[in-house]
Design a protein around this ligand. Structure first.
Ligand code: GLC
Length: 803
């Protein structure tokens, strides 16, 4: 059973059955103004911060059939009263003749035919304006003329998204609506919380005269709110009440009477939902988007901006699903994680507990580095400004206030108040940026540390290069009895939180990888002394890892506070953890045969047809010392589930030992594109990676959850483009180092680097997995496998693989 298909020509996924197992979403706009929309027309929109400035009330926990955030009604006059239709299927659930939701790049287009009326609604946010546009076109397919009304509707939330749910006294008293008539006669329905009436005013308007409106939910539903969104009683009246709400649940419902619409005739209404602080400027923008040609152009511009973004790396491989993933959907998801971190999705509710995560966003930025490197600098600096002067980092921050928190680590006294990994991640990010752009000057830019004086001014600042050195120093100063870095409150795995004294091999490896990156940077900068210093640190940690962590067939994952192993064959549960194997290869720490032995153990004990599990066997019962990991049943999430984020790390490790077949097997088995025909098992969107899939210890093996905002996006993109296809920038050139399935005859990549286009054709006549035997750059043979930098704009590269 499937619920739709991929339309690669249009770069869209097309939902053809609205009754998907869970809602399927898409992102519009960005954190400045935007949010997500679902395939039945619901929306969650905010401006600047979903926790502190939310506009639309979208409650994911309500059943899929319910009204969520925004919708659209049509009504058709009958002899007695009106027929009410939802062109989005929900909330009226009127049977449809056809239903299509085109999930596009920064937009959805929903087109349905219900009871002889065709409706097409384009939902998007223009690239250059902060307003959600709904371009509604209704066509009468009946054999007769109908009298038709169009009623778009939005339900507002209090700006403080959490308060909306935990304060039913103050919040409803503050919510207000107001009517504004523009000079040229258009209706603008304003909405705000009283304290924000001069600074954050939400509004809803359209490009047509309206007959009437309603701003109070209870009135709209009718019968003191015992009417429903399925059948709002007020829609049976000739007109709405024009009621201006002074409290409680505010909505904007605008009744557009389109009059008689003849057979075959179409009518069009364009709505706008926005928020302003300066009315004058906003009025100009409202006027702009009342002009249909402006709306059409804005939609074209949006498509163009995505095309430009995708064009930076395009491939043709023998595998169609790989092409679809790398050319469209993977980079699209990378952009969503770059924009939203783990802040706002159907699963990450953005209610205030989490902001922009230090480790998450550091990794997300790596995913877009080849696609829009200059769009990452601002965020890198913001992240660094939440690093403490001892080198550790705050765990997350809220972008509107730049206030940072220690995350959950602040809560338990016998645990560290820092995360052992956060500060190390950004070293890879910064180095990736410099390799991509060559912008060495970035390293000398000054960025403050997080500590502030009484006036909120930073106490000290440092160059970006020194921020990275500080991160290394911090980990170096925080090692335990085996010489490994302390776990901190947690390492990458948020759910294993052990008392102070516990050590983490993951942190050791992340430190090792960071040192490799910095050594290569210092080498490029010509600072040999620094290279030697870091080499000594690297060698010391490598020895500690090999001396203490080898368990016979794999590496252990942690030592707890009492020095006991976790992730060892001596443990009855949690015997083997994936990350301890992949990362020991990535860091280069695993000695000799241990690399491939550890990776074989992953294949043997942790691999399934739906992806690699994080650990095995799952903990079967709550253990307060281990904490979060044991709150899940075995096979779910971090407790032995298929936590997809860690899958690409195994792919990368496999390419590092030259095993292209295995790397690609891992890549393909989790490719969501190929889940399209297994949706009743997988359930979530087939066009993005979910964060987790239930593992084979769970009865619902194969079920995906927490789609969209996961480090999986960035790392699978990295694994696919930089390691399997093997095209990755270095400080002084573009490396070509594919590690592919032996059966591939070759592939092609068009990749931009520093404004130049590299048109690369790779052939594999000897059917090897890895190895470049000939490299021709514009016809000239080059030694090795690195394309040198050049001034030319278009470079033709021919590569022959072989031994
Ligand atoms: C979630 C968190 C991420 C963490 C991972 C593993 O995806 O966002 O920070 O590393 O879980 O626990």
């Amino acid at each position: 059973m499937n619920y739709g298909y991929f339309d690669n020509e249009q770069m869209e996924y097309v939902v053809t059955n609205p009754k998907t197992p869970v809602k399927w979403i898409n992102y519009v706009g960005g954190l400045d103004f935007g949010g997500f929309i679902d395939h039945t027309g619901g929306s969650l929109i905010c401006k600047g911060d979903p926790a502190l400035n939310r506009i639309v009330k979208y409650i994911p926990q309500l059943p899929s059939s319910e009204f969520k955030g925004e919708t659209l009604y049509l009504r058709i006059r009958k002899e007695n009263g009106y027929e009410i239709i939802s062109p989005f299927f929900t909330p009226t659930l009127t049977p449809y003749e056809s239903y299509k939701c085109r999930v596009g790049n920064g937009y959805n287009i929903i087109k349905s035919v219900i009871d002889g009326i065709e409706t097409e609604v384009k939902i998007f946010i223009p690239v250059d304006a902060q307003v959600e546009i709904r371009d509604i076109k209704v066509t009468n397919l009946r054999d007769e003329t109908v009298e038709l009304d169009i009623i778009p509707l939005v339900e507002y939330t209090h700006f403080d998204a959490m308060k909306q749910f935990n304060n039913a006294d103050w919040v409803p008293q503050t919510m207000q609506s107001e009517l504004l008539k523009t000079e040229d006669g258009f209706t603008v329905l304003k909405q705000f919380a009283f304290m924000k009436k001069d600074e954050e005013v939400n509004y809803f308007t359209s490009n047509r005269a309206i007959d009437s409106f309603e701003t109070d939910r209870r009135n709209f539903l009718g019968d003191n709110g015992y009417g429903t969104y399925i059948n709002p009683l007020s829609l049976q009246n000739e007109s709405l009440d024009n009621y201006v709400a002074l409290r409680e649940d505010n909505i904007a419902a605008a009744l557009h009477k389109m009059g008689a619409v003849a057979k075959g005739e179409s009518v069009r209404v364009i709505t706008q939902l926005g928020q302003y602080s300066e009315l004058e400027d906003e009025l100009k923008q409202m006027a702009r988007f009342r002009i249909t040609s402006e709306v059409d152009q804005a939609f074209v511009d949006l498509a163009e901006s995505f095309k430009g973004y995708f064009s930076k790396y395009q491939v043709t491989t023998p595998d169609e699903d790989t092409n679809t993933l790398i050319n469209i959907h993977n980079p699209k998801q990378c952009l969503a994680t770059k924009n939203w971190s783990r802040f706002l999705s159907l699963y990450q509710l953005g209610l205030g507990a989490r902001g922009i995560g230090f480790r998450d966003t550091s990794q997300d930025l790596i995913g877009v580095m080849g696609l829009c490197p200059e769009e990452t600098t601002d965020m890198m600096k913001k992240l660094l400004s939440t690093q403490r002067s001892n080198g550790s980092a705050m765990h997350q921050f809220f972008p509107l206030t730049m206030e940072a928190t220690n995350g959950d680590s602040a809560e338990m006294e016998d645990r560290h108040d820092y995360y052992g990994d956060d500060h190390l991640w950004i070293i890879q990010t910064i180095c990736a940026y410099v390799k991509e752009t060559g912008n060495i000057d970035f390293l000398s830019e000054e960025v403050p540390y997080y500590e502030k004086d009484h006036d909120g001014q930073p106490l000290n600042s440092d160059t970006i290069l020194n921020h990275m050195k500080k991160a290394i120093e911090f980990t170096e100063s925080q090692t335990g009895q085996h010489g490994l870095p302390y776990l901190g409150f947690a390492d990458w795995n948020d759910t294993v939180n052990l008392p102070i004294g516990a050590e983490s091999i993951f942190n050791a490896n992340l430190y090792g990888k960071a040192l490799i990156e910095l050594m290569s940077l210092f080498n490029y900068l010509g600072d040999q002394e620094q290279v030697l210093t870091y080499q000594a640190k690297y060698d010391k940690m490598k020895k500690a890892v090999n001396d203490t962590c080898w368990d016979g067939d794999w590496f252990v994952r942690y030592f707890d506070h009492q020095g006991e192993k976790i992730g060892s064959k001596v443990n009855p549960e949690g015997k083997i953890y994936t990350n301890a194997q992949s990362w020991t290869v990535i860091s280069g720490f695993a000695d000799g045969d241990r690399q491939s032995t550890a990776l074989e153990s992953v294949y043997e004990y942790l691999n399934t047809k739906n992806g690699i599990k994080l650990s095995f066997p799952g903990y079967n019962g709550y253990d307060p010392v281990k904490g979060g990991v044991s709150t899940y049943p075995p096979g779910a999430k971090e407790n032995g589930g298929i936590f997809l984020h860690s899958n690409p790390w195994v792919m990368i490790a496999e390419t590092m030992v030259g095993n292209g077949d295995r790397a690609f097997e891992y890549y393909s088995q989790i490719n969501p594109i190929s889940k399209n025909d297994k949706i009743d098992e997988f359930e979530v969107e087939p066009y993005v990676f979910p964060q987790n899939i239930l593992g084979n210890e769970h009865p619902q093996f194969g079920l995906g959850r927490n789609s969209w905002l996961s480090g999986t996006a960035s790392w699978v993109y990295t694994a696919g483009t930089k390691y399997i296809l093997g095209i990755r920038p270095d400080y002084d050139g573009l490396i070509v180092d594919p590690c592919i399935p032996v059966k591939w005859d070759g592939f092609e990549v068009k990749r931009e680097l520093r404004g130049k286009v590299y048109d690369i054709k790779i052939t594999n006549p000897d059917h090897v997995s890895q190895g470049v035997k000939q490299l021709l750059v514009d016809g000239v043979e080059i030694e090795g496998n690195k394309i040198p930098l050049t001034n030319k704009d278009y470079i033709v590269v021919e590569v022959v693989m072989g031994k």
